[in-house]
Design a protein around this ligand. Structure first.
Ligand code: UN1
Length: 497
């Protein structure tokens, strides 16, 4: 199906505009969109503020009803939306489907939450006083999302924000405007079916950096949830802090899997390969480092090298069934991969893959053979995140050293250990400095039910499951006195007037 056909099947016309949207599959244009100006962005934020005043008064379970309908609209349009995701960001169709499923899952989760936005009752130290903690809608949320998960990460934010009572103004990646417009169109279908939701609950603001900056600086948006690079997050975090807003940051990862001598390699290898080359290494949870016990360094590297070698003819058009590795998002990304490879080659014992492939067939697109790099120690190049299928295999002597190597990088998103020894597994969970620490599964492919995010330069935010919803609400402590005498003061203070 071509883009017009896909958009037709979600009842959306091909947008017209002057900014080309293109596909990394062959570098061709797939349509044209219009970028927002400061004025149109301002109008969208103003509409979100108006919508907030209405939506916050709607009972949370009724807000959940809209999200339930949206989840069903997504179910009905899973295939075309997945195809659009694949065309616009280049991930294989199976992963495109997985991404839309992730949206559906988080909608279901949010619907349940809409009846569970629980506060606390707190024991007061004073007679005839009650204390409560209330959770109240926060206000319109600005969401900035990255190209690699062009719809799911927005949905994590939007589904939760909506049940919490907050509208969303969404600035998607410049690389993926069409999927964002498709989500907006699908959401509008849900709004129609729901009947009676205010306008402006969800809007998409397209544009380059200045639109993102305007969103970040807008005091009408009490929360900015941003996914992207560490430099981007540093700029967003400090701008939002300057205006005393709240930032939820999900930034770089440099995720490692530790392989211990007790590991079951039949379990470990598929996870390492999926984490390394899945989504062409362009997940923030992708496996960048494999830290292997020295006794198995050669063997595991050889197995991984064989594994990536066997994938050579599975690189190609991500729409085709059987293809496992699609293109990199653009030329810049390929060049960054090559620059890192050139740096690391100086220290590497061996490098497998990493070269451009299929260039005769796709002169304007960038397909790369996944690279496996055998190192004897973790060099400074390894400390940087390279958003490409590039994995370092590093030896360790004892588990403590493995964890030191593991924790030495500035990022702290996802981590894993491959072991059949419960002591090693528990020790690892206690000492991994990441937001995610898995045992016998890889670093990527988290379910929506857990809180997603990481420490250190990953930014500290948590999205999606568990109690991440609290970021989208404001906490209020309330004390009520129901007695008739002069009320007692806290801390036993006497103040006789
Ligand atoms: C991202 O790469 O920004 O855990 C998100 C995963 C996916 C989400 C990744 N569920 O790999």
């Amino acid at each position: 199906m071509d883009v017009t056909g896909i958009l037709n099947s979600i009842n959306m016309a091909l947008p017209s505009g002057d900014v080309p949207a293109c596909t990394p599959i062959d570098g061709s244009d797939i349509g044209h969109v219009t970028y927002d100006s400061r004025e149109t962005l301002d109008a969208k934020v103003a509409a979100a503020v108006d919508a907030f005043h209405v939506w916050r008064e709607v009972p949370a379970p009724k807000r959940g009803e809209l999200v339930r309908i949206f989840g069903n609209v997504l179910r009905d349009h899973k295939e075309p939306l997945a195809q659009l995701v694949t065309i616009e960001c280049g991930k294989i169709i199976e992963e495109g489907r997985g991404e839309v499923q992730e949206m559906i899952d988080v909608c279901d989760f949010a619907v349940g939450l809409s009846r569970q936005l629980y506060g606390l009752t707190i024991q007061s130290e004073r007679p005839q006083h009650t204390m409560q903690e209330n959770w109240l809608p926060l206000g319109p949320v600005g969401v900035i999302s990255a190209f690699n998960f062009p719809v799911a990460v927005w949905a994590w934010n939007a589904a939760l924000a909506l049940v919490c009572g907050d509208p969303v103004v969404w600035k998607p990646s410049e690389k993926t405007p069409m999927t964002a417009l498709a989500c907006e169109a699908l959401f509008n279908q849900a709004v129609l079916r729901y009947g009676g939701a205010p306008d402006g609950l969800i809007s998409v603001a397209l544009g380059a950096r200045e639109i993102g900056e305007a969103l970040v600086d807008d005091t009408r948006l009490p929360l900015i949830s941003a996914t992207g690079s560490v430099p981007m997050g540093r700029a967003v975090g400090s701008s939002v802090a300057r205006r005393f807003g709240r930032a939820l940051l999900e930034l770089g990862g440099n995720n490692a899997i530790i392989v211990t001598p007790s590991a079951d390699l039949d379990v470990a290898l598929p996870s390492i390969l999926f984490g390394s080359v899945g989504t062409a290494g362009q997940r923030c949870t992708s496996t960048r480092r494999v830290i292997v016990h020295e006794s198995m360094h050669d063997r595991v590297f050889a197995m991984l090298a064989e594994g990536v070698d066997a994938l050579t003819d599975r690189i190609g058009d991500p729409r085709e069934e059987g293809i496992l590795i699609g293109p990199l998002i653009d030329k810049r990304s390929f060049e960054a991969m090559q620059a890192t490879l050139a740096n690391v080659r100086r220290d590497a014992v061996e490098v497998i893959g990493g070269q451009r492939v299929l260039q005769d067939h796709y002169p304007d697109a960038y397909y790369a053979a996944p690279a496996m790099v055998k190192l004897m120690n973790q060099t400074s190049t390894v400390h940087m995140e390279t958003f490409a299928p590039l994995t370092y295999v590093i030896p360790y002597q004892d588990l403590n050293e493995a964890l030191n190597i593991h924790n030495a990088v500035p990022q702290g998103l996802s981590s894993a250990i491959m072991t059949t020894d419960v002591r090693e597994a528990e020790y690892f969970k206690q000492h991994s400095d990441c937001g995610i620490a898995n045992v016998n599964i890889g670093t990527s492919g988290a379910e929506i039910g857990g809180a997603f995010g990481g420490e250190k330069e990953t930014g500290g935010g948590r999205e999606s499951g568990s109690d991440s919803w609290k970021a989208y609400m404001r906490r209020q402590t309330s004390t009520t006195y129901y007695g008739t005498e002069k009320p007692a003061l806290a801390q036993g203070v006497k103040f006789d007037v």
